[in-house]
Design a protein around this ligand. Structure first.
Ligand code: GLV
Ligand code: GLV
Length: 323
């Protein structure tokens, strides 16, 4: 009698090998729509494990439907979609997918900085739409990254990996974090500064902090006001860390120069959202960790975590509730 696992999103068969032999797997297979809440809650009743994505709210009502649930493997490093305290009350293990996505996500963060700075998307559209008639001295002129200052808010694994990339571009590195990163200070010359000081000094402000009660709305009107008029803001963490209305006002009012956004308050963002009407905004559909290799590693790690718990062993990468 094998344990039962529910997977909330269609994953390739060869990515879930670790679970195939040890469990009976049921998967939501619609590629466009996430699993509807009522179907999910019904599936939860009868399974030992669920592999979730950041689209699912794993909250008290989710856990209260479970009868023999032991583990929820979230297919992301962030787990703000999960009420970990409630999971702990129910004795259910929560796991995430750290480390395997660090470098890939740092690549994307850097790509967004470059895309906004050098107007890559605008320039590509310009060529594809047949608007390119002539070479011009200031045609689509953008901003440099090299020798500028990057301000990293949230110096975890991804922040440190981004700082390494910035060092390669001879950037000055400022960061703000709950705790100091002595390694990054020593090896990369990263300089710790209070949040406000980072905002004031950075040419590129990159948000990498997890979404918590403390960081919700951290980037508000006041924060954008502090930034340089030339500054480019990049968010690759979670949408609600930013007040989008304030961001829009800052962009339109010329308080900052541009934004690169991989995440939004509401995902998917509606195509008529005012932010998307701005040339100085590059918007991506939450693809920070989305290289083929890394997504396979994330699915495998989520499966590995689930397999460990089903075998009565400790999880590989469990998470605890934040204090
Ligand atoms: C994606 O956003 C993740 O948290 O891994
Ligand atoms: C994510 O893993 C981070 O620590 O930044």
């Amino acid at each position: 009698n094998k344990p039962k696992v529910y997977i909330t999103r269609k994953c390739p068969e060869d990515s879930i090998k670790r679970l195939k032999n040890i469990a009976n797997i049921k998967m939501w297979t619609d590629e466009l729509e996430p699993v509807p809440r009522d179907i999910l809650l019904n599936e939860v009743k009868d399974v030992d494990a669920v592999l979730t994505t950041l689209s699912e709210d794993v909250d008290e009502s989710f856990f209260s439907h479970a009868n023999k649930l032991k583990v929820v493997g979230n297919l992301a490093v962030g787990y703000d979609n999960i009420d970990v305290k409630a999971a702990e009350r129910h004795g259910i293990t929560i796991t995430n997918t750290p480390d395997v996505l660090t470098e890939t996500t740092a690549d994307l963060a850097f790509a967004l900085m470059m895309a906004v700075a050098r107007r890559i998307v605008e320039a590509s559209d310009y060529v594809k739409k047949g608007q390119w008639k002539n070479w011009g001295p200031l045609l689509l002129a953008g901003k440099d990254l090299h020798h500028k200052t990057i301000g990293i808010v949230g110096m975890g694994r991804i922040g440190t990996a981004l700082a390494r990339r910035a060092k390669g571009f001879d950037m000055d590195i400022l960061y703000h974090n709950r705790s100091r990163d002595e390694m990054a200070e020593k090896t990369l010359g990263a300089v710790y500064a209070p949040f406000e000081d980072v905002l004031e000094a950075a040419d590129y402000v990159v948000c990498l902090t997890p979404l918590t009660a403390e960081t919700k709305g951290l980037f508000d009107g006041k924060a954008f006001e502090l930034m340089k008029q030339d500054a480019i803001f990049v968010n690759v963490s979670r949408g609600p860390v930013v007040d989008e209305q304030s961001l829009y006002k800052a962009l339109v009012g010329g308080k900052i120069a541009g934004a690169g956004l991989d995440v939004f308050e509401k995902e998917p963002i509606s195509s008529d959202h005012p932010l998307l009407s701005l040339d100085q905004v590059v918007a991506l559909p939450h693809i920070g960790s989305s290289s083929m290799a890394t997504r396979y590693k994330m699915i495998d790690l989520a499966c590995w975590n689930i397999a460990k718990i089903l075998e009565g062993k400790p999880a590989v990468t469990p998470v605890k509730s934040r204090e």
